[in-house]
Design a protein around this ligand. Structure first.
Ligand code: SAH
Ligand code: SF4
Length: 354
């Protein structure tokens, strides 16, 4: 692993996989001639039963807590905004140590709590409907800054521990593979956050080298492809990445994934919502055995674009279903708190970043 983290700060104990952290702690505990079980007690406090500061780990002697504070300081994401929507969705804006701001959104639904997390500050890919795209790229997040979004939510209220994770916040996760790779291990490992791989979804516009790396991992992480248009031509009009990784190549790479995939499809008035689009999308979904998530366009992220009216979205979904495709219309959540990716950071970015 590289020594330099995404933010040019030295990696901390929370940037390591649970196994690597255990190794580092046990060497340290041995060097201090402490009993071995201390290493285990300390390790639990990283992710399994996290503390905000070592002083809170009262099962440890006070002198040891002070030493840990000096040796393995626990980084935090600073909560700048926590906004609760009328529908129960909660949006967080976190400030990182270098002043960058990122977002997470907690979406409760029945017994599920899905946390939508960010993988980069900003995004370089400039999809025309996306507020994060408008901000441009700032930097990659370190493993801690990614998995730490879950940690912070748990520190605020352990009952909020997410059951599901989606990489659908700010940034393109597969353009930050070193950070996302380690973060996936922390999220999934029983000695990390212990969230089942099938409950963790990586969403990508189709960064092919990253898709191959994700596919090569042994766990059953889920893949969502942000398709948004059923032909190369229509896709290019809204997603510049089509120039580099075209639809055909992305779908070929998806076929190699060997797990059921999801197509994400933001419904934009007049851009991708015609009957022909539905039929072409149905053919692709059929061929790839993909579930289709239809997302009503969140208006705040997309100046100059119109959302598809809801009755038209229903018809579009019906057309897919009539062709045997499993299509779900996602409810727009958190409209009153601008809970679409990048909207909060985009809105207040200039006064939050410095
Ligand atoms: N970069 C990755 C993951 C983050 S974006 C990707 O694009 O897949 C996560 C999802 O948010 C994508 O499916 C994207 O299309 C969706 N999204 C972005 N802007 C939106 C908007 N204004 N309304 C609705 N969904 C939006
Ligand atoms: Fe980046 Fe995803 Fe937004 Fe496109 S939709 S600009 S890839 S974050």
């Amino acid at each position: 692993m590289s020594n330099k983290s995404a933010n040019n700060l030295a990696p901390t104990i929370l940037d390591l996989t649970p196994d690597a952290a255990r190794e580092r702690l046990s060497t340290w505990v041995e060097g201090r001639k402490l009993p071995r079980f201390r290493g285990e007690q300390i390790h639990r406090r990283l992710w399994v039963q996290p503390v905000g500061a070592w002083s809170e780990a009262t099962e440890l002697p006070a002198a040891l807590r002070a030493e840990l504070e000096a040796e393995f300081p626990l980084r935090r994401l600073k909560e700048v905004v926590s906004e609760l929507s009328q529908d129960g969705t909660r949006k967080f804006l976190w400030r990182l140590d270098d002043g960058e701001a990122i977002e997470s959104v907690l979406i409760p639904s029945g017994s599920r709590r899905t946390l939508c997390i960010s993988s980069q500050a900003g995004c370089a890919l400039g999809c025309v409907f996306c507020a994060t795209g408008l901000m441009g790229f700032r930097r990659n997040l370190s493993p801690f800054e990614i998995a730490g979004q879950v940690r912070e939510v748990m520190l605020r209220d352990p009952a909020d521990k997410p059951s599901n994770i989606v990489f659908m916040g700010m940034g393109e996760p597969l353009l930050n593979w070193p950070g996302v790779d380690v973060a996936l291990t922390i999220l999934n490992n029983p000695e990390g956050l212990g969230i089942g791989a099938r409950h963790i979804t990586v969403s990508t516009v189709g960064i092919i080298p990253g898709m191959k790396k994700l596919a090569a991992r042994p766990e059953q992480f889920r893949l969502a492809i942000s398709l948004h248009a059923p032909t190369a031509e229509r896709r290019l009009a809204i997603m510049p990445i089509e120039k580099k990784y075209d639809l055909k190549a992305v779908l070929e790479a998806a076929a190699a994934f060997r797990k059921r995939i999801t197509f994400e499809y933001v419904m934009i008035g007049g851009k991708n919502d015609s009957d022909q689009d539905a039929d072409a999308l149905a053919a692709l979904a059929h061929k790839h055995g993909a579930l289709v998530n239809l997302l009503p366009l969140h208006p705040g992220g997309a100046p100059g674009l119109e959302p598809t009216p809801s009755n038209k979205i229903k018809n579009f979904a019906g057309r897919l279903q009539a062709r045997g495709v499993e299509a779900v219309v996602r409810r727009s959540r958190g409209l009153d708190i601008k809970a679409a990716c990048g909207q909060l950071a985009g809105q207040t970015g200039s006064d939050l970043t410095h």
